[in-house]
Ligand binder design. Structure first.
Ligand code: T5A
Ligand code: NA
Length: 203
């Protein structure tokens, strides 16, 4: 029987160092999925974003927000084509990060959301949640622009609000990598197959 179901679009979100990249790697392998991440630092726009994050250049808040959003629009066709081929996508950060980080700086939330309106909507958003106190000692926290405890706290408040409004699946990031991975797999296995309709919804 021909399986004409489209791929699942799964997004991982959360504060810096919550373990998104680690889980994206494990999950994309387990699901034989295409791995994506935002910002995609490999494009010309992504290079500007990367310089901004590393503190090598300053850009005003509205402009950098639009660049982060444009960096997702650049990938719009790839996302749609991949899903329509029946291939799953596991994506490290998406539009929700755009909203959380920019609105935590004080930009109006509706304005922040508007720029991404029309992009493919994920089927599942997995929010790896942890108190910032427990993330700030991980890896090289502090190396990039937004990696400051107070600011991350404000970002978390926006993520928490969106989690309710947009029905994110919340998983504690303070567990072993293996525990987190198995909880994510449970969520995916419980995801109703018949809800995986053939049209891709929009943000
Ligand atoms: N941003 C992003 C915006 O402002 N607007 C936008 O639109 C978008 C898309 C860059 C920044 O840009 C902002 C948000 C960010 O500030 P990034 O490149 O994704 O975003 O940077 P980070 O989120 O900081 O990515 P990191 O790779 O640094 O963090 P991850 O991916 O959450 O965590 P990971 O998996 O790399 O793990 C971090 C460390 O923790 C360990 C790992 O080994 C590693 O050392 N670790 C664990 N330790 C203990 N227990 C576990 N369960 C662990 N899992 C991982
Ligand atoms: Na970072």
């Amino acid at each position: 029987m021909k399986n004409n179901r489209r791929g699942l679009f799964i997004v991982l979100e959360g504060l810096d160092k919550c373990g998104k990249s680690t889980q994206t790697e494990l999950l994309s392998e387990a699901l034989d999925a295409k791995k994506m991440q935002f910002p995609d630092r490999s494009t010309s726009m992504g290079l500007i974003i990367s310089d901004y994050l590393k503190g090598k250049r300053d850009i005003n808040d509205q402009v950098i927000h639009l660049l982060f959003s444009a960096n997702r629009w650049e990938a719009q066709n790839t996302i749609i084509e991949t899903l329509n081929k029946g291939i799953n996508i596991v994506c490290d950060r998406y539009a929700y990060s755009g909203v959380a980080f920019s609105s935590a700086k004080g930009l109006p939330i509706q304005w922040c959301k508007q720029c991404d309106s029309g992009l493919p909507k994920p089927d599942l958003v997995i929010y790896l949640r942890a108190p910032i106190k427990q993330l700030k000692d991980r890896g090289d926290f502090g190396a990039e622009r937004y990696e400051k405890q107070e600011f991350q706290q404000q970002v978390q408040e926006v993520f928490d609000k969106m989690a309710q409004e947009e029905q994110f699946n919340i998983i504690s990031a303070i567990q072993t990598k293996e525990e987190i991975f198995s909880q994510i797999m449970e969520l995916i296995n419980d995801y109703p197959q018949n809800a995986q309709i053939n049209t891709i919804e929009q943000l």
